[in-house]
Design a protein around this ligand. Structure first.
Ligand code: SF4
Length: 372
């Protein structure tokens, strides 16, 4: 019998509105519409109450979509809804798209305790930004950071994409230099993927060549670690003291609330997914697709998420959570990967080596056999 988990201490809230739709994006989003935003806010208010959200949250993360596509009044209303839950919050992040933040909105964020912002920079090259359907320029990114700093929000992360259509190594290098010129504490870098139902998929755009993408990844790691950033997760880099507490909760496989259309959460051995339809969410904010997680599901998913981090999986926590040791469940397979220097045991953790990170999916596919 799996013991009941304590209430989640982490909350993700999804804002489904964007000012326009980027060509590669299949996130849950609709073009901003004031009437819908009002109804959506009522639905969020209802969900927060019905879910009896823990008032001692450690992190709040408002993502999207584009949270700052809401009007100043709507943004304030949303943050007021979250005020009762933020007394203990150490990290309060809001995603921002350049060009959608002004002094008024930045002051609202600051007043409601937001202390970290994730900025969708994507590239420093204005032509490439246009190619992928972004409506901002690099100058807008620079202005956005200026507005944040003026409002007193100095902790920020930049999202950057690589493997863009036609992008060269030199373009990437210039983007990294542009990003570093803004002195971010944190950077997230993702290669372009082209999911179905995107403008790019309809246009038949192909992802970058695998070898070029691998070279780009290596280059990113080398440049950023050379500038003092810790490569603490496959796609994430932080200066000392600037790691994302919220994202680390996902990778450590902690429970978290998922609020809003298109959001997913995990509470007490159940994963739930809200419908991505905004209309369906407004009609019934508590309607979710629920997936009960078995002990085997949880043990494997915990491993899968934690191996993404440089520190790896905490084996003491694994034993506490599941009542069985990591070695008992995965030990035989793990030993083979350790012998070949893809995994390593260190400080009560099992983690990937540098070359293990490069073939993480292969390692995981092999370990999965142990829990099927
Ligand atoms: S990438 Fe971000 S801003 Fe662009 S459409 Fe998707 S959610 Fe909206």
């Amino acid at each position: 019998m799996i013991p009941k988990n304590k209430d989640p201490e982490y909350l993700y809230l999804h804002v489904p509105f964007c000012e326009s739709i980027c060509y590669y994006c299949d996130f849950c989003h609709v073009v901003y519409h004031a009437g819908m935003a009002e109804k959506w806010l009522d639905a969020v208010s209802y969900e927060l109450e019905q879910r009896h959200v823990n008032r001692e949250l450690k992190t709040i993360y408002i993502g999207g979509g584009t949270p700052t596509s809401l009007s100043a009044a709507e943004l304030e209303k949303l943050l007021c809804l979250l005020d009762p839950y933020r007394a203990q919050v150490r990290e309060y992040t809001v995603e921002v798209n350049p060009g959608t933040l002004d002094d008024e909105k930045a002051d609202i964020l600051k007043r409601h305790g937001v202390n970290r912002v994730s900025v969708g920079m994507q590239s420093g090259n204005d032509e490439l930004l246009k190619t992928i359907g972004r409506k901002h320029t690099f100058e807008d990114v620079r202005n956005c950071i200026g507005i944040l700093r003026k409002a007193g929000i100095c902790s920020f992360s930049l999202d950057i994409m690589y493997g863009l259509p036609g992008q060269t190594m030199q373009d990437l290098d210039e983007t990294l230099a542009d990003a570093l010129s803004l002195e971010p504490g944190h950077l997230s870098l993702y290669s372009l993927t082209i999911p179905e139902n995107t403008v790019f998929a309809r246009r038949g755009v192909q992802p970058a060549d695998e070898d070029l993408e691998a070279d780009m990844y290596e280059h990113i790691v080398s440049v950023l670690t050379g500038r003092g950033y810790e490569h603490y997760e496959i796609s994430n880099f932080a200066l000392p003291g600037c790691r994302s507490l919220h994202n680390q909760a996902y990778w450590r496989y902690d429970d978290f609330y998922g609020i809003g259309a298109g959001a997913s959460g995990k509470e007490n051995h159940v994963r739930y997914d809200h419908p991505s339809s905004l209309k369906a969410y407004i009609e019934d904010p508590m309607r979710t697709d629920d997936t009960p997680l078995t002990l085997n599901d949880e043990m494997f998913e915990n491993l899968m998420m934690s191996l993404r981090m440089r520190e790896g999986l905490d084996m003491r926590q694994f034993q506490e959570r599941y009542g069985v040791s990591f070695e008992q469940v995965f030990g035989t397979k793990a030993q083979r990967w350790i012998d070949e220097k893809y995994l390593i045991y260190e400080n009560q953790h099992v983690r990937c080596t540098e070359k293990g990170m490069e073939i993480l999916n292969t390692v995981l596919a092999d370990m999965m056999d142990e829990v099927q």
